[in-house]
Design a protein around this ligand. Structure first.
Ligand SMILES: [Zn+2]
Length: 396
């Protein structure tokens, strides 16, 4: 942190003074599993602007990956739900862990005529059906001028007495992941600049030498040659310590002996952007690297001085960006999807077994009876049949 003459550190984006009481700022986004925070690098106003703009775009672009792989946020929050997907005419949401939750076409349909009342409830679970039935019961009770929880409860139970349950096959979901979309790259550039400020101090980063990248972060406007600020990198990542896994998130900043400085942001080990921070005269031959493992975001490290996981030469190298070659990105992503698929299968099976045991009212320590086995195997058999034959199977 730098205290300058006007008393207090200055924001590296707008150069405004940062109030003493300012919330810490994540270097790697919380949504990407970032745990490291810094104080007094960016002012609350710029932090807010970045949060609702570029940071939000970057977080959005990885929401699907996070959902299917079960990647938690840095603060331990669950991965996001993906809402409003469609598969073969069925609308569905994805709850974390690639678990589809179908959206019934019409959850509740009530028709009240002089002769009778028709109620149809479509739900994904017993609890959901009970909730919908209660809502319907309240409406019916009101229609007939009846009040009281008991009356509503009775009607709801009556509605549910003829209910049937089905196993539905898993819908197939296709999704196009779009990394670096929107303003994401501005968020990546900001992350690099924040890390460099943490390493060298705000005053260094507030010098005019960094004006071009600062302008880019704030506005998205690049100079005449767009590559001068951000350069896409689809090369294979050098080998890194095993504890960071195959898909690390990396923010690296380093300078050469002339003080030319590049930032480098690598997303899930798959795709990267090199960002030009400063042309010359920065503190020379330095590096700082924040690296974290999204599979277990407690595995992260800030590496400085002797430890350099990425070679300067590799970042400073020349490479062709046109035509883009996404083969390396695809093969790295394929490994990620393989992991997600295996994990969701394991979770699905574990969940099914748990439900089957519940259905059979079989608890840990119970002696297993033929009755247990019959209910359990019937339940599992029907669920597997729906899954394998891709058809709807009644629960019993
Ligand atoms: Zn600011």
């Amino acid at each position: 942190m730098n205290i300058n003459r006007q008393g207090g550190p200055h924001c590296i984006l707008c150069r405004g003074q940062i109030p003493e009481k300012t919330k810490p700022e994540h270097v790697l986004l919380n949504a990407l599993g970032g745990r490291m925070t810094v104080n007094h690098v960016i002012c609350p106003s710029c932090n807010h602007k970045m949060g609702i703009g570029p940071d939000n775009d970057l977080a959005d672009s990885v929401a699907f990956i996070r959902n299917i792989c079960g990647f938690k946020a840095g603060d331990g929050d669950e991965p996001p739900e993906i809402r409003g997907l469609e598969s073969g005419g069925t609308k569905l949401d994805l709850i974390p862990g690639m678990r589809p939750r179908l959206r019934p076409k019409q959850p509740l349909d009530i028709q009240i005529t002089d002769k009778d009342i028709r109620v149809q409830v479509n739900a994904n679970s017993r609890q959901e059906a009970e909730k919908l039935a209660k809502g319907a019961a309240a409406k019916i009770a009101k229609q007939f001028g009846r009040k009281g929880g008991d009356v509503i409860e009775l009607i709801a139970q009556d509605l549910l007495k003829d209910s049937t349950s089905f196993f539905s096959p898993a819908p197939s979901i296709s999704y196009q992941a779009g990394f670096g979309q929107g303003k994401s790259q501005q968020a990546a550039a900001k992350a690099c600049l924040v890390l460099w400020a943490k390493h060298c101090g705000n005053d260094e980063v507030n010098s005019k030498r960094y004006d071009a990248v600062r302008h880019y972060i704030l506005t998205g406007e690049k100079t005449d040659n767009p590559e001068e600020i951000v350069k896409l990198d689809t090369r294979t990542l050098p080998d890194l310590p095993e504890r960071f896994g195959l898909h690390p998130n990396i923010i690296w900043v380093g300078s050469d002996p002339a003080g030319q400085t590049y930032g480098y942001f690598r997303l899930y080990g798959a795709i990267g952007w090199r960002i030009a921070l400063c042309g010359q005269d920065a503190p020379v031959s330095r590096h700082v690297c924040l690296i974290s493992n999204p599979y277990d975001n407690r595995s992260w490290a800030l590496l400085e001085r002797a430890e350099n996981p990425i070679d300067h030469d590799w970042v400073f190298a020349q490479w062709e960006t046109w035509p883009p070659d996404y083969r390396n990105v695809q093969s790295r992503m394929a490994l990620l999807l393989k992991y997600a698929h295996a994990k969701s299968q394991d979770d699905w099976m574990a969940n099914l077994v748990r439900e089957g045991l519940e259905k059979a009212d079989c608890r840990e320590g119970d002696i297993i009876t033929p009755g247990h086995i019959e209910i359990f195997s019937n339940y599992i058999g029907r669920a597997l049949t729906a899954h394998i034959l891709k058809t709807t199977v009644p629960e019993e």
